[in-house]
Structure formats: C-alpha cells, structure tokens
Ligand binder design. Structure first.
Ligand SMILES: [Zn+2]
Length: 147
C-alpha cells in the first residue's frame, strides 16, 4: 500500500471515473517487418474472442506481421495484415476490442485493438497512471470485452 499525502480536498465519493492519460507512443518502423510474438498473437486472439468479430479477428491475424513498435517497448505495435481474403470490419475504423489488466489499481493497464479501413491496424497498450508499461500484460489475467 502506497502512502499518499492528502491534498486537502474533500474526498467526496462520486461515480469514480478516473481520467485516463494516454501514453504517447513514438513508433519505430521495423524493416523488415517481423512476425508477431506468441504473446502478441495470444493477446489479440484473447481480446478478439470477446467480440462478435472473433472469427474475423482470427482470420485477419493469421500471417500478420509487425511493421512498427513503440520505442519505449511498452507493447504497442502497428500491424500489417496480409490475409487479403478475410472479410473487413464494419465500421471500418476504430476500436475492435479491449481488455484491462489489474482493473481498479493504479497500475491498471489497458490493451486496445484497432482497425483502420476494415483491417486490423494497431495493438495499443497504456497504463492508467501514465507510466510506460513494460510490455503486454499476462494474457491469462486479461479480462476482455467487446470494443
Ligand atoms: Zn509506447
């Protein structure tokens, strides 16, 4: 338990919605692109499986590669989808799926899967306290829900 100095403000209990500070990712292109790690693949499948688009996520992620990765090694990567025969997402762009690790704690970490123009484009992760994550959370501790 971390000690924290009181700010002097009253601690009214309102519906507690903490403002989320998104980490700014500085993406470094990989040339050539690399295969997804086992953890990246498992993470995408796990959060994708919580969505109605699970089959589509699994289709598109087959043979996908990583085109760029955050220089901070936080776990955020840009994806290249090569499975041209897969259907596309509708709506075409936006969040497809997400999961939160350690929900409710300062160190809570969200993982988001995005699509752009109908295909998976990015796996992004950030900590709710603004710290840079040291990588993707353990897949088996990642509750998920549809985006
Ligand atoms: Zn990052």
């Amino acid at each position: 338990m971390r000690s924290r100095r009181s700010s002097g403000r009253s601690t009214r209990k309102v519906a507690e919605v903490k403002p989320i500070r998104f980490t700014r990712h500085e993406m470094e292109e990989l040339d050539p692109s690399r295969e997804l790690t086992a953890q990246e693949l498992a993470t995408i499948r796990t959060i994708g499986d919580a969505t109605p688009e699970a089959a589509l996520v699994r289709c598109q992620i087959d043979g996908a590669t990583v085109a760029a990765a955050c220089v901070d090694r936080c776990g955020t990567v840009e994806l290249i989808i090569s499975a041209a025969e897969c259907p596309r997402f509708s709506p075409a762009s936006g969040r497809v799926a997400e999961g939160v690790w350690r929900e409710g704690q300062d160190s809570a970490q969200t993982v988001l899967l995005f699509a752009y123009e109908g295909v998976l484009s990015r796996l992004e992760t950030y900590r709710h306290d603004g710290e840079v994550p040291t990588g993707l959370p353990p897949v088996d501790e990642l509750p998920t829900w549809a985006g």
